[in-house]
Write a protein that binds this ligand. Structure first.
Ligand SMILES: [Zn+2]
Length: 274
């Protein structure tokens, strides 16, 4: 009986501690969001992310608040001797936080650090080429998202992609869409959705659209969504996110169901920004 009471008390203390911690986090974030946005930061975003000025004043205000929280909570690490600058941090934060305009109240909770390489980086990989033979390969990468706690980016690619907001390619949108997908610990193309009933609709639309992309690629049909999306459902969600933000009009015309699904999820109308 005594042991049961002690366990009950410990559980009660843990629940209370979690509750208090979440309230304190919310309060800290609200204070960060209310900070005035430094003019230098605005200048960097206006210069590096041309669509920024096309956002509505309300979207810009919310984005600025999210950037404040993001920069306060995430760590940036330069790789291969790269000196991380304010410009790099602000640009990456601005693009990543476009995915948070739906006000879910989460800030890529698993992510701790963003590693930045100056340009394309190389990774040694062991690949099975047959049942008995493995090969060591040097793989060129522009970005990666790890389930555990890291996003890795090539700064050269980040700059190229933020300046060109029309080609459907954006390494920051891609890797941070993976972070949303990986928030529940699994990379399968399904982020955490607001309601239980949303999962069935998500699965029906995403599966049909993914299969259509795979079939179009096999038949050499030109597609709005990049062929890399046909790799697997997780890549499909990341590539569809890039397409939604950068080629929204074409996505709406050719894949209206997918557009509407992503519009409901991200709660933005990117065709108004372009
Ligand atoms: Zn990917």
């Amino acid at each position: 009986m005594g042991a049961a009471i002690i366990i009950f008390l410990i559980l009660g203390l843990i629940v209370t501690a979690i509750f208090i911690s979440s309230i304190l986090t919310k309060q800290r974030r609200n204070r960060l969001k209310k900070r005035s946005f430094p003019p230098l930061w605005s200048a960097v975003i206006e210069n590096n992310l041309p669509i920024y000025l096309r956002l509505t004043p309300e979207e810009r205000r919310r984005l600025q608040g999210h950037i404040q929280v993001f920069l306060a909570e995430k760590q940036f690490i330069g790789c291969q001797g790269l000196q991380v600058t304010a410009e790099m941090k602000i640009t990456i934060a601005a693009v990543a936080c476009l995915l948070l305009l739906n006000e879910r109240g989460e800030y890529f909770p698993k992510l701790r650090s963003i590693l930045i390489y100056p340009s394309t980086y190389f990774v040694n990989q062991t690949v099975a080429v047959s049942d008995y033979v493995v090969e060591e390969r040097r793989d060129a990468r522009l970005g990666e998202s790890w389930v555990k706690d890291q996003v890795i980016l090539s700064w050269e690619q980040v700059q190229r992609d933020t300046q060109n907001w029309r080609d459907g390619h954006n390494v920051v949108l891609h890797e941070f869409a993976h972070q949303l997908d990986q928030e529940d610990g699994k990379a399968e193309g399904v982020p955490i959705l607001p309601k239980k009933s949303d999962y069935l609709v998500w699965s029906q639309v995403m599966t049909a659209q993914y299969q259509q992309l795979c079939s179009d690629i096999q038949q050499d049909i030109k597609t709005v969504i990049d062929s890399y999306g046909a790799t697997n459902p997780a890549e499909f969600f990341a590539v569809a996110t890039e397409t939604f933000f950068e080629k929204p009009q074409q996505l709406l015309e050719k894949h209206s169901q997918l557009y509407e699904l992503l519009q409901r999820y991200y709660q933005v109308y990117p065709e108004q920004w372009i």
